[in-house]
Design a protein around this ligand. Structure first.
Ligand code: AHM
Ligand code: MG
Length: 349
């Protein structure tokens, strides 16, 4: 029987793979993993809220219950603060970035962007949720980090990962040398290497999109959905539709089995829903490292300019051949959307 390899052991083993092998990034990853375990513990208790007290009320220990997404945010920020390797956190839960102002982290080299609890509305119904994180190295050498340090393109990420709190809890991450997955063994409280060198199948048969918004989609997306539903033996169509409303869960499934996840722009939401810095970019980095593609329908996600902390982007991500076909549909049937600039908008077609 082969010995178990924990995340901590794996990180140390692979430290020389990191772009700057001084141990700081290893420490940062371990800090994130510790917070993930704490959040996992609370998520596992979520169903007990009804008997222990609803969010906002007082629990049996006399503590005020917090919404889990706020709790997760606090845990990740606290772990990063204590670790001392991170100078700024950008979180979906905070309008402004959080400057970590402590003696240890004043000159810290890394910036972390995080969605602490993605898909959190699924908590109420016991469906998988996730955490997504992205790590950048600051450009400035020391002192207070600036917006220039924060607003870096996805190509500049030094690491990215997600945690899926599902039927089991997994941490999947990349530092740009492939993708590895670790499953939490609750009996020993460790993430253990369970999915080494993850690769996404080049072709898939699953498409994941909120079809309830169909009427508001650009024509390219509408036609692509119809293409997915048409019978064709050569390409194994019709494809299967799977959508949980938790991007992490939908993308994790598609990473393992092959598929495409789409959150396009709609008539009411010109840039889609998902955020570039802490949702699209980290997922794009992971999926590309696993051999897939991530696009906004026309352009590689990782090449997009980042101008705002909470900037949104449409996303087409997953198996290489599926994303390529979806991009062809966008180019053929929705060329106008491409003309849209960051400031100006043309109608969706
Ligand atoms: P959240 O960060 O507020 O949880 O929103 C992100 C989630 C994704 O996980 C998921 O893919 C998407 O929102 C679902 O949105 P919709 O209900 O519009 O399909
Ligand atoms: Mg989110």
């Amino acid at each position: 029987m082969s010995a178990v390899k924990t995340l901590g052991q794996f990180i140390i083993e692979r430290q020389s793979d990191f772009p700057y092998a001084k141990g700081e990034l290893s420490r940062l990853l371990r800090d994130l993993a510790i917070a993930a375990k704490i959040v996992n513990r609370e998520i596992n208790k979520a169903g007990l809220a009804d008997i222990l007290g609803e969010a906002g009320s007082t629990n049996v220990q006399g503590e005020c219950q917090k919404k889990l997404d706020i709790y997760a945010n606090e845990q990740f920020i606290a772990a990063l603060k204590n670790g001392g390797e991170c100078c700024i956190v950008v979180s979906e839960e905070n309008d402004e970035y959080i400057y970590i102002d402590s003696a240890v982290s004043k000159d810290a080299k890394y910036i972390v962007a995080i969605d602490p609890l993605d898909g959190s509305s699924n908590i109420d119904v016991n469906v998988a949720v996730g955490t997504v994180f992205s790590i950048y190295r600051r450009k400035s050498e020391q002192g207070k980090a600036t917006m220039e340090d924060i607003l870096q393109k996805g190509t500049e990420q030094v690491a990215a990962g997600y945690i899926i709190y599902g039927s089991s809890t997994m941490l999947v991450y990349t530092t740009g040398k492939g993708v590895n997955g670790f499953t939490l063994d609750p009996s020993i409280g460790e993430f253990c290497l369970s999915h080494p060198d993850l690769t996404i199948p080049q072709d898939g048969t699953i498409y994941s999109i909120n079809e309830g918004n169909y009427t508001h989609f650009p024509d390219g997306v509408k036609k692509y959905i119809k293409y997915c539903q048409v019978e064709d033996r050569n390409t194994n169509r019709p494809y299967t539709s799977r959508y949980t409303g938790s991007m992490v869960a939908d993308l994790h499934r598609n990473l393992i089995k092959g598929g495409i996840f789409i959150y396009p722009c709609t008539a009411s939401s010109m840039y889609g829903k998902l955020r570039l810095i802490y949702e699209c970019n980290p997922m794009a980095f992971i999926i590309e490292q696993a051999g897939g593609l991530a696009s906004n329908g026309y352009t590689r996600i990782l090449d997009l300019d980042v101008k705002e902390l909470h900037q949104r982007s449409p996303v087409f991500i997953g198996s290489e051949n599926m994303v390529k076909v979806a991009e062809e549909f966008m180019a053929s049937f929705s060329p106008q959307v491409l003309k849209r600039t960051f400031e100006g908008v043309v109608s969706i077609q």
